[in-house]
Design a protein around this ligand. Structure first.
Ligand SMILES: NC(=O)c1ccc[n+]([C@@H]2O[C@H](COP(=O)([O-])OP(=O)(O)OC[C@H]3O[C@@H](n4cnc5c(N)ncnc54)[C@H](O)[C@@H]3O)[C@@H](O)[C@H]2O)c1
Length: 385
């Protein structure tokens, strides 16, 4: 079987996904030959250069043309959220399997439209919650599913960055609601919301507080990527998303959660962490040390009990046989190879994709419930959304 991929976007995630398609067949055997058929972006000079650099055979400057091409089987969307729905619905209508970056859409309603379109067309759909695919996270999931943590009582997660602390950092698309839908909560929080759902099940109720610390920023001509430059004296525009969000939650299984997403935590670069406490044990995962899982078992001998540090790099851990010998650590880019591997396998074997657009809808629902609770200053039942 041969699968031809069409990728929308050529910047941060465009590069991460291009690398994943290029590496997949070298390290894994997904049961299909992957062809990097076409990459799409609006700027012809940049997209042509990216096609050459990232290994794509052809390029397009309009996603409308890309989704209609007969020689494409998979549409992979790495553009910002404001165009996810339109592209995904058109891709589904054209019978393409769809991989889409997070958050799935600007609103839960839009995310539901995407899920319905994909289901109606009978195509495979997956969302880019790549942190699920760190071997240490899969190990955490296994320990929880095996009952090693017992009854889950607490979940605490945070995702801390510091890249917009400067008040003159420009008004990039990540700070504009009509493009990104939500600020730190949607960009960063989406990841730990998904990890918490993956490890501990569905959220029931949430209650949040949101803050925009810097309410206006210099306008920029070009807004792609994380490192846009702007003249501090340029006219300023309004920041209409959260700079930081904190929220508490109750899960359907009765567990309690505490969550924090911010881009204002000085010194924290990509500091995603999640800890789960049960009555028999605990796990803790810190992305910047992504090859390790901390695990405490109350079944260990009294006197020598303590958090143990598991190196999840041996071949017995998920995905690791495909890479290097034990202790030869893997990194951020490998999580994208793993997620694309699972997506391709689901297409080849006609099995369900995980995480799918359904998980994308659930995540949007929680994001919206947190936003609503912050407006109301009261707890919100997630199913209200
Ligand atoms: N999984 C992760 O860890 C992760 C990390 C970063 C970003 N993301 C998500 O990936 C998406 C993109 O983020 P990014 O950081 O790569 O952004 P980026 O600004 O680096 O790149 C966006 C790309 O989309 C293209 N684009 C925008 N509108 C388009 C249109 N109408 N038609 C064609 N191309 C268009 C741009 O030209 C650019 O190539 C967002 O949804 C974001 O939330 C996920």
């Amino acid at each position: 079987m041969r699968l031809n991929v069409g990728l929308v976007g050529y910047k941060f995630m465009g590069k991460a996904h291009s690398n994943a398609y290029a590496r997949l067949g070298m390290f894994f055997d997904p049961g299909a030959e992957i062809c990097q058929r076409a990459i799409c972006g609006r700027d012809e000079k940049w997209v042509a250069e990216s096609a050459k650099k990232f290994g794509w055979e052809t390029y397009e400057t309009s996603w409308e043309r890309l989704v209609e091409r007969d020689d494409i089987d998979i549409i992979d969307i790495t553009a910002p959220s404001n165009v996810h729905k339109e592209i995904a619905v058109a891709a589904a209508k054209n019978g393409k399997h769809i991989f889409c970056e997070k958050p799935l859409a600007l609103t839960t309603d839009d995310a539901r439209v995407m899920l319905e379109a994909a289901e109606k067309a009978g195509v495979k759909h997956q969302i880019g919650f790549n942190y699920r695919f760190a071997p240490a996270v899969v190990l955490a999931k296994k320990l929880i599913d095996e009952g090693k943590l017992g009854t889950i009582r607490h979940v605490r997660a945070s995702y801390l960055q510091d890249f917009i602390i400067d008040p003159d950092f420009p008004l990039v698309w990540r700070l504009q609601r009509d493009i990104c839908g939500s600020g730190a909560l949607g960009d960063l929080g989406a990841h730990f919301i998904d990890l918490a759902r993956y490890l501990c099940g569905d959220f029931k109720t949430v209650m949040g507080i949101q803050k925009t610390f810097i309410t206006s920023r210099p306008l920029v001509q070009k807004m792609e990527g994380l490192s846009a430059q702007a003249d501090a004296n340029a006219p300023r525009g309004t920041v209409d998303v959260d700079d930081g969000t904190v929220f508490i939650a109750e899960f359907e299984n009765g567990a309690l959660g505490v969550f924090e997403a911010t881009r204002f935590a000085q010194g924290h670069k990509n500091d995603l962490s999640i800890e789960v406490n049960g009555d028999k044990g605990s796990i803790k995962f810190v992305f910047e040390r992504m090859n390790e899982l901390q695990y405490f078992s109350a079944d260990d001998e009294p006197g020598t009990q303590g958090f143990r540090l598991i190196q999840a790099t041996e071949g017995i851990h998920p995905y690791m046989t495909a890479w290097w010998p034990a202790g030869h650590v893997i990194g951020y880019e490998h999580t994208f190879v793993h997620e694309i591997y699972e997506f391709v396998r689901a297409i080849v074997n006609d099995t369900p994709t995980v995480p799918s657009f359904y998980d994308g809808v659930k995540c949007c629902q929680i994001i919206e419930a947190v936003e609503l609770s912050a407006q109301r200053r009261a707890a919100v039942d997630v199913n209200e959304i």
